[in-house]
Design a protein around this ligand. Sequence first.
Ligand code: NAD
Length: 248
Amino acid sequence: MDKRIILVTGAGIGIGRAAALAFAAGGDHVIVTDVLETEGQAVVAEIAAAGGSAEFQPLNVRSTEAADTLIAELNRRFGGLNVIVANAGIALRVPMSEMTDEKWHETLDVDLYGMMRVIRPALPAMKEGASIICLSSIMGTNYGWDEHVHYSTAKAGVIGMIRGLAVEYAARGIRVNGVAPGYIRTAQLLNPGHSLGPDAADIASPYIPMQRLGEPAEIANVIKFLASSDASYLTGQVITVDGGLTPG
Ligand code: NAD
């Protein structure tokens, strides 16, 4: 296959879905992975209906065995990946007074270890000019919100991983960058029990200079740029996309 092979984790909904659609629209073959099989299959169907190329592969990023098995199979079929979008993540509200080891571990396991689990087995076979994009957050850079200490910790860890990998793999021709979104209109932000909940737009908009939430496609566009040859000298960077909320 002469198309670029793009693997996106957590691609059934939200930012991952928008990234999958954006890459497929550009002519790439997208490996849509998620724990949400119905949603992932729907993204593949949407891409196919638009004339694009994609397939669904179930993947829970909490499983090292599942990640290793999937990457080995993709490497066998395609000879390596061109792009990984390490996107899968959770953001559950937990006040520090109610934090347990299990809740702390769950968030770091998905949001930080989960990215490493997919990137680690893929690195040796990644193609020349390959690119990895990890989803951090303004909460991992210079912004705080109550009841998200575990999430901020994971997303700050993602930035450390980006910078370390970028240096270690620059000579191999693999670029590693991140995006730090602000408040984006997805289930993670809006669903009850998650980040801000159903009133997220009312809560956050007064603080945002652009006075609105971001849309998933507005993050996908930056991910797509980072994976393109237009960003060929850009590595180890985390691009803040937040409507002017933070200095970045
Ligand atoms: P979302 O909840 O809409 O989508 C998250 C996706 O990750 C879902 O498809 C979900 O099934 C998947 N996922 C969760 N646990 C998984 C697991 N164990 N294995 C595989 N997939 C799993 O969230 P989103 O807003 O689209 O978030 C995407 C990324 O962007 C996340 O890393 C998130 O932390 C980050 N982010 C989002 C915002 C925002 O405001 N929405 C802000 C900053 C950063």
